[in-house]
Design a protein around this ligand. Sequence first.
Ligand SMILES: Cc1cc2nc3c(=O)[nH]c(=O)nc-3n(C[C@H](O)[C@H](O)[C@H](O)COP(=O)(O)O)c2cc1C
Length: 169
Amino acid sequence: MDVLEAIYTRRSVRRFTGEPVSDQDLEAVLKAGFHAPSAHNLQPWDFIVIKNKEKFEQIAKAHTYAKMLPKAEICILLCGDTNKQQMTGFLIEDCSAAMENMLLAAHGIGLGAVWCGLYPVTELTDAMRQICFIPDHIIPVGMMVLGHKGEEKKAAERYDTTKLHYEEW
Ligand SMILES: Cc1cc2nc3c(=O)[nH]c(=O)nc-3n(C[C@H](O)[C@H](O)[C@H](O)COP(=O)(O)O)c2cc1C
């Protein structure tokens, strides 16, 4: 899929078929995350790949807006390393760029995915710390819920010229 087509047609997918995701597809998605830009090129991210259904249930129990997780195949927990990037703003932006790259990659190869937010909701980051044994210097920034699409969504029209400013506000 052409890059602009992927960007313009990507939508959050919250229903999945249950068909397994191949290791090759998983690697393609992860690799896209690693190719994101980052402040000072610090690449301050780590990725926890979760496939265990019991963990899915634990996470879905803790996260009101991740109830689709048990029906998905893979959860990629995107973490930011505060030892590598001390400025939290940059750390979150870097991880967000990685997350968006992964969402686009998933869509580009025909998979469905949704970004489930964690940071800065302390109850959610704490729950993920506990479930995945995450050390203190690592921030669980967000999760990608991934699988084969069980729903098709139309592209959204969001281009809004009233939000465009030229030269000044
Ligand atoms: C930071 C962030 C957190 C999000 N958290 C959730 C979430 O917890 N659960 C969920 O179903 N969708 C979540 N989403 C997905 C948004 O709801 C979705 O991107 C938005 O409604 C636009 O729809 P689209 O992705 O289909 O274009 C999140 C998106 C972002 C960027």
